[in-house]
Design a protein around this ligand. Structure first.
Ligand code: HEM
Length: 427
């Protein structure tokens, strides 16, 4: 099945549109992922290699000996992009990259282990279970505000707000700053690898402001105060014990605020869109609440809120009969892997009772497996269960949907719905 060396293929036109984040290509990238996976499962496209089969993605994503997470700074794609930038853009790119290399998600080896150890205890299923009540309360409050509305946008009203409120509470960040944090996060998220100079300069500005906010507003208020949350306690102790440098501490707040909501927003919005297009599934969710946890897994598989992750090969690696060369940027297409018929029967069918739904790679796999997975699962379950129970007649207000220009985090710009009559829930 080797396709190494193939540099042009009829699919490249569709890939150009998707990887270029053309909003119209975002509506349904899945036929392109299917073709890629079935026809050219290891495909060189410009300065990168795309890998799309479940078994291959799963093997590579955990292979830290030959693949590094520093792909935003090193490797064939990063180099190609860098040389295409003006001097001013190159400076901005280096500054953004230097800050972002302190992220847990972009570090390797010992540094990664150290950063991960600082944060992970606050995200274990047991710790996250302690947040159940807060998540339920915040969800109910947001749903209360929808009562009596003829039409409402789920994205701006619920999908980004709930996860952002929760991670802000965990980090003891003032609730009043929600919009600013959302705006900075979106700007950072749109800068997928500096290939769009407009997005790069926006991300550069956002990073400066976000960083100054954490350093000048959030951290001074936390120093010397008695932490209320486990997460803040862990982070502040790590800094005092020299297990986190000041820049790493700032970056940890930024990555958690960013990753803690941009992704879950897509699970909620794209997941709800999927459900509302499938009346039988929506009914099942309403009538059989026990199905909710598995429904969340199936929706994660089905929508893949993060469509791919990036790596750079640090040594030659063989995959599916092809060879990735050291220095090549590798896209691991989670969205294609999650619809691989070799891994899931009838993968394009939404089946809320699918037994092996949990084998999806939506949270990645291996050393960088999503640290927030238990939290995201709980937030998704709370939202889908409450929506189906309290707004059982909810309908899409339009099929004309618009997508934000961000292919990696395939985000709806808005999801207008008619909530329908509200059903009082027992409290
Ligand atoms: C549905 C929601 C979510 C999805 C689909 C998702 C997806 C992912 C994926 C695919 C990775 C692996 C990245 C890689 O291998 O390069 C990851 C890592 C990560 N996620 Fe999530 N995530 C979600 C929610 C969250 C939440 C709620 C938080 C925090 C509160 C979070 C924080 C992180 C962090 C810090 C990492 C980096 C972990 C590491 O590198 O060791 N995520 N996530």
């Amino acid at each position: 099945v080797s396709t190494t060396g193939v540099s042009e293929h009829p699919i490249d036109e569709a890939l150009t549109d998707i990887l270029g984040s053309r909003p119209q290509a975002m509506a349904d990238p899945f036929p392109t992922w299917d073709r890629l996976r079935e026809e050219v499962p290891v495909h060189r496209f410009g300065p990168r290699v795309l890998v799309s089969r479940h078994a291959d993605v799963r093997a590579l994503i955990r292979n830290k000996a030959s693949l590094s997470s520093r792909a935003f700074i090193e490797g064939s794609q990063a180099e190609a992009i860098f040389t295409s930038l003006t001097e001013e853009q190159q400076r901005a790119h280096l500054e953004v990259s230097a800050f972002e290399s302190n992220y847990l998600s972009r570090s390797d080896g010992d540094a990664h282990t150290r950063l991960r150890n600082v944060a992970h205890r606050a995200f274990t299923p047991r710790r996250v279970a302690e947040l159940r009540e807060v998540i339920a309360r915040r969800t109910r409050d947001l749903l209360d505000d929808m009562v009596g509305e003829a039409e409402i946008d789920i994205v701006s009203h619920l999908a980004y707000r709930l996860p952002l409120m929760i991670i802000m509470e965990m980090l003891e960040v003032p609730p009043a700053d929600q919009s600013a944090i959302h705006e900075w996060s979106s700007a950072l998220g749109r800068n997928r690898g500096a290939d769009d100079p407009g997005a790069l300069m926006d991300a550069h500005r956002a990073m400066g402001e976000f960083r100054a906010y954490v350093e000048e507003v959030v951290l001074p208020a936390r120093r010397g105060a008695e932490p209320e949350s486990n997460l803040v306690a862990a982070l502040m102790q790590a800094e005092q014990g020299d297990r986190l440098s000041p820049d790493e501490l700032t970056a940890m707040f930024v990555i958690l605020l960013f990753a803690g909501h941009e992704t879950t927003t897509n699970l909620i919005a794209n997941g709800l869109l999927t459900l509302l297009r499938d009346p039988a599934a929506w009914r099942m969710l309403r009538e059989e609440p026990d199905v909710v946890p598995n429904a969340v897994e199936e929706l994660l598989r089905f929508v893949s809120p993060v469509q791919w992750v990036l790596r750079v090969a640090t040594a030659d690696v063989d995959v599916d009969g092809a060879r990735l060369a050291a220095g090549e940027t590798v896209f691991l297409l989670l969205a294609a892997a999650n619809r691989d018929p070799r891994a899931f029967a009838s993968p394009d069918r939404l089946d809320l009772q699918r037994r092996d739904a949990r084998d999806h790679l939506a949270f990645g796999f291996g050393p960088h497996f999503c640290i927030g997975n238990a939290l995201a699962r709980m937030e998704g379950a709370a939202v889908f269960a409450e929506l189906a129970r309290r707004f059982p007649d909810m309908r899409l207000a339009t099929e004309e949907l618009s997508w934000r220009g961000n292919a990696k985090l395939r985000s709806l710009a808005a999801l207008p719905v008619h909530p329908g009559p509200y059903r009082e829930a027992a409290r």
